[in-house]
Design a protein around this ligand. Structure first.
Ligand SMILES: *[C@@H]1O[C@H](CO)[C@@H](O)[C@H](O)[C@H]1NC(C)=O
Length: 137
């Protein structure tokens, strides 16, 4: 019984490690009370990047656990200039304020759709002026 528990724990641990990027530049250990938005806002990581890099996080970000190791940014594809979406803000406004072309804003935040009609207040957008070369492997 003990051996089985050890095996299950080891499998879970190895599974988590296998999904952790080897070229991670910024790591973060989840604290009590964290949400994806709070992690993004407090550590300058876009909502898209946090989800894209950490495929273990589910769609509504309800499976975080205390002590969980997350990667906030991978080497060469880490956007650190960000903006938290406020009430009533539009992509055009956010892009203009950041001095970023709208198409770059949309490319760097692949969770935002082409008409920018799915912005969510409190989500964090990458507002770098250049394209971040996101790739998954
Ligand atoms: C953008 O997202 C909104 C809200 O989910 C949706 O109603 C709209 O059809 C989407 N537009 C495009 C171009 O995907």
């Amino acid at each position: 019984m003990l051996n089985l528990a050890v095996l299950v724990l080891a499998t879970v641990f190895i599974g988590a490690l296998a999904q952790f990027p080897s070229d991670c530049d910024r790591t973060y250990s989840v604290q009590a009370g964290d949400t994806c938005n709070s992690i993004s806002e407090n550590h300058d990581v876009s909502s898209f990047q946090l989800a894209f890099v950490n495929t273990v996080i589910n769609a509504d970000c309800s499976n975080l656990f205390i002590g969980q190791l997350l990667c906030l940014g991978r080497n060469g594809q880490d956007c650190t200039i960000v903006h938290t979406v406020g009430d009533g803000e539009s992509c055009v406004e956010i892009a203009n304020n950041a001095g970023t072309p709208l198409n770059v804003l949309l490319e760097n935040n692949q969770n935002v759709n082409a008409t920018c009609s799915n912005l969510i207040v409190g989500e964090v957008l990458c507002t770098e002026m250049t394209l971040i070369p996101y790739h998954s492997s």
